[in-house]
Design a protein around this ligand. Sequence first.
Ligand SMILES: [Zn+2]
Length: 428
Amino acid sequence: MRRLCKISVLLAAVLVYSCGGWNTDHKNANAKEIAQLTNPPQPLFTLNEDSTLVTLFLCGDVMTGRGIDQALPHPGNPRLYESYVKNAEEYLRLAEQANGNIATPISFDYIWGDALTELEKRKPDLRIINLETSITASDDNWKNKSVCYRMNPANIPCLTAAGIDGCALANNHVLDWGYKGLTETLQTLDKAGIKTAGAGENEEEAARPAVWTLKNGRLLLFSLGTDDSGVPEAWAAKGNAPGVHFAKDFTNETILKIKAQIGSLKSAGDIAVLSLHWGSNWGYHIPSEHRAFAHRLIEEAGVDIIHGHSSHHFRGIEVYKGKLILYGCGDFINDYEGISGEEEYRGDLTLMYFPVMDPANGHLVRLDMVPFRMRRFRLNYAEEKDAAWMAAVLNREGKKLGTGVEMKGKAPGCYLELKSGDDAESRD
Ligand SMILES: [Zn+2]
């Protein structure tokens, strides 16, 4: 990415916006762009007026099982097989101990809290999440896996309440309650009108993307889970056997496989999102093999956005060849607020990601992120000091990747706008 740091931040933002991408040379600014520089537009909410652009809502793990399932109107069987906790109600109790009473049953839209206001305001074309739980009444817990998540299918309105369009399922929880649990998860989401990718009744189905027709093309959502995020290799869909779309490693062979899958389906004007459950739960370090993998997927396999998740907190962001790489979106909704440990990562703070894309070339035009804090199982707009902390972390981690953020507006409801930072400290 070019260096824009010598230009004022506002100017840089306008240039990035008006050039329609991060890689375009702003020396070629036309008269319209120059006019915009002297009379800069309000950046927020004007972009959707350009009917060729596509706005997405993306977030990391949405875990509506266990404690959250117990708080919803139709709690399932609370039985757990964890080392210490045997009843899912315990996670509800721990959250209440940490932050106060939760009036149960909560309504189906309760968990989304202020995120619903933001969705209503920004009106993304599609809303895509990583669903980090199975949706089933199955009691067939995966043996030797201590942490197993399930949400009762009767609680599915908690996803439709936020208008979720698509779920990535290739992760380390979708098969927690066995193959019966997977089938019920797929059927429940299908019945609710939510498309899925990354898991299926056979290998072909698991690898197949969810597809939507948009204004000027389609969006293809591929979902892949990797060994290093804790997806058991035994969960890989193989031939006629059900399971997840799985990758053991980041080798050339894996890249060629994904390239073939995307290449056989993607046409001009289509946007390919690869939702990738990869890497560890904690820490900001991005392994060099992850970075090289992401770069090659963009350069060679036709991926336009890497939608990465698995880390419980957000990680640094990169824009490579004009395309967005979210290395780790962080958990978005979970029942962890009563669990202590790893506090320095502030797992209670999370982001809504709103990338604006140009479908003509798959480039990122703009990325706004809205900061939230999960409290009493509800997403609340982050306070000013928390949003500032998140901005500082994204700037610190982004420096290694050539990005930074600028805080816009005032809390509650402020947002962080991605900008190009100083030259990356290391380039692969
Ligand atoms: Zn996971």
